[in-house]
Design a binder for this molecule. Structure first.
Ligand code: F0G
Length: 354
């Protein structure tokens, strides 16, 4: 009914906006919650009710658009002329797109050599000033904090309070689409903002009487970047899932509370588990997400085996970004033989085994 409306309009009563707030929108939100038809049997849990929230279908291909519509609208409202962020790629793509729409300048600092190709192309084509910095995301975020202090540029990383307020709308949608809160909500963890935002959203919906319960929140870091699991920052985080290659999550405390208050957990999954889940999603369900997104399914597989998550639960896995953002990881994983074959029927039948 209201689903074509901008998120800011649709969920206005839950968001810090007034009549004076301009609405910068690209058609974000209202993403599908798709039921897995093949995976439960494949995983040996046929009674599992498994859903995927396809956040890669947002306008710039990731969940970041939910927070960015609000952060950029509020920046415009406050008279800012520029926005600035550090990013592993998706935040910069979203910031650049919303800034373009709003007529703001956008500056982004990216960890050199560790941003997926599609994300880099997006930020550049949307017209942002893109700077590759010698250092990882954590270093880039420190530099952004220092840079923004001296200039009239609004930081649109998730340390901007409006980002997580916008992102909590995804939890509202999950409840609306499912007709109730799932038993478990599984989500990748990088800078730890999104898990915090979902938890805010589920609690707000329950308080408003729009959901009877809340899910247990399970967040998954990549093992080589699992600061929360290890209980200390990691100086040189490493993982194939570059979106969550973060060693000192900004929303660490709030994310830890989300897990503990809900009866869930922040855990880690290995790169191998991530890539297996990434491939399974594509082959069993026809879903192409980015590697970091598959951490949620990898975590589900791990916790089904551990018995933490029962085999007949209702589970929602958040798939945070679109697989097309990172074509190189898909190609490297599958390494297809693309040697050209002459257009000769007999030869083709032979090659194709038909
Ligand atoms: N999945 C994707 C696709 C992401 O891009 C990110 C974070 C996460 C998961 C983790 O979310 O940080 O809220 O815990 N990307 C940020 C960026 C860091 O710069 O695009 P989080």
């Amino acid at each position: 009914m209201h689903h074509d409306q901008p998120l800011i309009v649709r969920f206005r009563r839950f968001l810090p906006v007034t009549d004076a707030t301009p609405i910068v929108t690209l058609g974000e939100g209202n993403t599908p919650l798709v039921r897995a038809e093949n995976l439960p049997a494949r995983l040996g849990v046929p009674d599992l009710a498994l859903y995927f929230k396809l956040e890669g279908l947002n306008p710039t291909g990731s969940f970041k658009d939910r927070g960015m519509t609000l952060a950029v609208s509020k920046a415009l409202e406050s008279g800012a002329l520029a926005v600035i962020c550090a990013s592993t790629g998706n935040t910069s793509a979203a910031a650049a797109a919303f800034a373009a729409k709003a007529g703001l300048t956008c500056h982004v600092l990216l960890p050199a050599g560790h941003v997926a190709l599609g994300k880099l192309a997006q930020a550049i084509l949307y017209g942002a000033q893109v700077i590759a910095i010698e250092g990882n995301f954590d270093v880039a975020l420190d530099m952004v904090r220092a840079l923004a202090a001296g200039v009239n540029a609004t930081i649109v990383n998730s340390i901007n309070p409006f980002r997580l307020e916008g992102q909590k709308t995804a939890a509202f949608e999950v409840v609306d689409q499912l007709g109730r809160a799932p038993d478990y909500l599984l989500i990748p963890v990088g800078n730890a903002g999104n898990i915090s935002a979902y938890w805010r959203g589920f609690k707000a919906y329950r308080e408003a009487g729009l959901a009877a319960g809340v899910p247990k929140m399970f967040g998954f870091e990549a093992e080589g970047a699992s600061a929360m699991v290890r209980g200390q920052p990691i100086k040189e985080p490493e993982t194939v899932a570059t979106a969550i290659r973060i060693g000192n999550p900004a929303s660490w405390q709030e994310a830890a509370r989300a897990a503990s208050e809900s009866g869930g957990k922040v855990d880690s999954v290995t790169d191998q588990e991530i890539l297996e889940a990434y491939r399974l999603l594509a082959r069993c369900e026809g879903i192409f997400c980015e590697p970091s997104s598959a951490a949620s399914l990898a975590g589900l597989i791990k916790h089904l085996k551990l018995g933490t998550i029962p085999p007949d639960a209702t589970v929602a896995c958040v798939l945070t970004g679109n697989g097309l953002k990172d074509p190189n990881t898909a190609m490297d994983l599958v390494a297809p033989d693309l040697t050209a074959v002459p257009p000769d029927l007999r030869r083709l039948r032979e090659v194709m085994g038909l």
